[in-house]
Write a protein that binds this ligand. Structure first.
Ligand code: SF4
Length: 469
């Protein structure tokens, strides 16, 4: 069957779609990707491919694009919505059906369910199926698909059709899926519950498999930096020991990854350094223990975060922190404590996100009780608003100033005064932010600029994960 995957932009490149595309190819189907931003005549090129099914990314914080593209895609071809949006908010299907007919959805990880649907399993029998027959129906999502024995991901889905993506020497991979934590703002715990997985665990690929996936890419496309975008790279010491032993000789490319402060033991930090890690991302979220433990549902102590950062730095690995601003109950002074903590720890790179109660999360349940903000559905990644707090303007300005404030060590009282500057006047700082992102990726400025001009700004990337498009 000819299948068309439809996404908005190259920056939305999804490992989950490459995984399921590999499975579809292996079954003799013909998947092809169409990126709206890179196809000036999207409807015409899709029609020429003459697909029998359109698989459209329905991701969180991507709804305005989704509704627009549904109206433009060729008529008369069934559409399946996949991704974080339809997974955690199946009611999205009702809004899609207001735009066009013949739309259904599939929730959860797609590795088994999408190929089964393409091979003829009806939507009402399909684990994760979402459809409308006078009322909205959902079929239970099954167990998590096993990651063992899968066909290799079809990275050519992106890199062959859009060669500028293949030419970019920084590439993402996943060594596993899942997380041992259950933060209140995150998709990990609700996804586990949806897939009826009682354990908090990481489903890890073997080191053999990870190396095979990377080698398959390295043989065909330039590869100078690898980023493991797993939620949590570290929890299994035996795996890390084998990885540290083999990665330098079998791949030999510097890499970055994400983990949590709790997993950053001195031994793990040492193994990461031995393997060739250049940068590790850790969640800080808030500089105030009570807020991190309370509204954010993350029981990590500040002292554990400080120790993790210190261990990484001792091992010669740079640290990137993830921070959240403007969550329910946070004041501007609290947010400035987050700046202060990052400055004190000497975070090398920082990211700050304005809080958005993700449907399905504990933060969303809390927001529903408090009354959801009116403008939640209009939010997109490129135009985030501080929807959870009253002093929106100051938080939005702080979000724009955060990276400069930490890296430039601007005293928090001065930064507070600067939050009176309207965010519209702080837009040029996105260039500084982009430059900082390039620095952590380790890619040269010309290569980074060439990629950014074609692919779009990372700030526009919708909310997806290694496990879900
Ligand atoms: S935010 Fe990160 S550490 Fe927390 S549950 Fe999600 S993936 Fe795990």
């Amino acid at each position: 069957m000819r299948l068309a995957f439809i996404q908005a932009r190259a920056v939305d490149e999804s490992l989950a779609l490459a995984d399921v595309s590999g499975a579809l190819l292996n079954r003799g189907h013909r998947p092809r990707l169409f990126l709206d931003r890179h196809e000036p005549r999207l409807a015409a090129v899709v029609r020429r491919w003459d697909p029998e099914l359109l698989i459209v990314q329905a991701a969180m914080l991507g709804e305005p694009w989704l509704m627009d593209v549904l109206g433009r895609l060729p008529k008369g071809i069934p559409i399946v919505l996949v991704g974080t949006g339809i997974t955690f908010e199946p009611e999205l299907l009702l809004r899609a059906l207001a735009v066009r007919d013949e739309v259904i959805g599939i929730r959860g990880e797609l590795d088994d369910s999408l190929p089964a649907f393409v091979d003829g399993v009806g939507i009402a029998d399909l684990p994760g199926g979402v459809w409308f027959d006078g009322e909205l129906r959902t079929k239970e999502v099954g167990e998590f698909p096993s990651l063992d024995g899968r066909p290799l991901p079809h990275r050519g889905l992106y890199f062959d059709r859009y060669p500028f993506l293949g030419a970019f020497p920084w590439k993402r991979f996943a060594s596993g899926r899942g997380c041992i934590h259950a933060c209140g703002y995150c998709y990990a715990a609700p996804l586990r519950a949806m897939h009826q997985d009682a354990k908090r665990g990481v489903r890890r690929k073997s080191v053999d498999r990870v190396i095979a996936e990377v080698l398959a890419v390295q043989r065909q496309w330039p590869l100078e930096r690898v980023h493991f975008c797993d939620d949590l790279f570290l929890p299994k010491i035996g795996w890390l020991e084998e990885f540290a032993e083999r990665w330098p000789s079998e791949i030999g490319v510097p890499f970055s990854c994400n983990s949590s402060p709790e997993t950053m033991t001195p031994r793990n930090a040492g193994l990461l350094a031995r393997a060739g890690a250049r940068l590790v991302g850790l969640g800080v979220e808030s500089g105030v223990d009570a807020l991190r433990h309370g509204p954010l549902g993350r029981p990590t102590e500040t002292e554990v975060i400080r120790a993790a950062v210190a261990r990484l730095k001792e091992a010669g690995i740079q640290v990137q922190t993830f921070n959240m601003l403007g969550f329910p109950g946070e004041t501007l002074d609290d947010a400035l404590e987050t700046v202060r903590l990052n400055q004190e720890m000497g975070a090398d790179r920082v990211r700050a996100t304005l809080a958005w109660p993700m449907p399905g999360s504990a933060m969303h349940l809390d927001a529903v009780e408090r009354g959801l903000p009116d403008d939640m559905e209009e939010a997109t990644k490129g135009s985030m608003r501080a929807v959870c707090v009253e002093d929106r303007a100051a938080f939005e300005s702080l979000s724009a100033l955060f990276r400069l404030g930490v890296v430039g060590r601007i005293p928090p009282p001065m930064l507070k005064a600067m939050t009176k500057i309207p965010v519209s006047l702080l837009r040029p700082l996105t260039l500084y932010d982009g430059f900082q992102e390039l620095r952590w990726s380790g890619v040269s400025v010309p290569a980074g600029l060439a990629y950014a001009l074609r692919a779009g700004r990372p700030v526009h990337r919708v909310t997806y994960h290694a496990a879900l498009p």
